[in-house]
Design a protein around this ligand. Structure first.
Ligand code: TZP
Ligand code: MG
Length: 217
């Protein structure tokens, strides 16, 4: 995968849209220039069955219209069924090698990692990129680990310089630069875009912050 695709990586489920229509939030985010989207349908009130399939299909189609990669969190069957561009899994979601063999070599595989050891193991098992965090404090994941700052990204990037990394957790336009300086190719966010009064503008501001930090490297 191209690291540029990770620059502004928006993650959302139907419960993250701050009471608004999540499809409208996604549409706005795509207009604002997000470079990747992950459907992460989790937590109380998450859609299931037919309703999930209908929502996920609408998200996929919107991403396709905008030429933006569509990644499914943690649901291999849904990702395969929808012909998603990618699948993202955590350390608790199963054996990464087995997951890679189920989705085949073409689909992008992202793996959440929390240290250089997990990073190396994910790379060896066939990950295309890593999600690392939480960098800063987050309210979007109740079971998130303690915020770790940018040091873990720095270490993983030093150990595996060719493996694209995206930082996650509490990232906004005004604190994105240190994440990029530590070696990440981009930032992934839930609330900075999904809770913004103007998601398109939030996406644009994140994009600008990431671009500026990349230029300075
Ligand atoms: N994994 C680590 S932190 C997090 C996930 C899914 C939530 C990020 O959400 P926000 O609102 O950008 O802090
Ligand atoms: Mg998971």
């Amino acid at each position: 995968m191209k690291p540029e695709q990770l620059a502004v990586y928006f993650i959302m489920g139907s419960v993250n849209a701050a009471g608004r229509n999540p499809i409208e939030v996604l549409e706005s985010a795509l207009r604002g220039g997000v470079t990747c989207f992950q459907l992460r349908e989790k937590g109380p009130g998450a859609l299931k069955g037919e309703a999930l399939l209908e929502f996920a299909t609408a998200c996929r189609d919107l991403c396709r219209e905008h030429g933006v990669g569509f990644i499914v969190n943690d649901d291999v069957d849904l990702a395969v069924h929808l012909g998603a561009d990618g699948l993202h899994v955590g350390q608790e979601d199963g054996d990464i090698r087995k997951i890679r063999s189920r989705i085949g070599g073409q689909m992008i595989l992202g793996v959440s990692a929390h240290d250089a050891g997990e990073a190396g193991a994910a790379l060896a098992a066939g990950a295309d990129y890593l999600g690392m965090g939480p960098v800063y404090g987050t309210r979007s994941k109740p079971d998130a680990r303690e915020a770790s700052g940018t040091g873990l990204i720095r270490d993983a990037h030093a150990a595996h310089p060719d493996l694209p990394i995206v930082g996650i957790g509490g990232i906004r336009a005004d604190n994105a630069a240190p994440v990029i300086r530590a070696g990440a190719s981009g930032v992934s966010v839930i609330s900075a875009i999904s809770h913004a009064s103007d998601p398109a503008r939030a996406a644009r501001e994140l994009h600008q912050a990431v671009e500026e930090a990349i230029m300075e490297k």
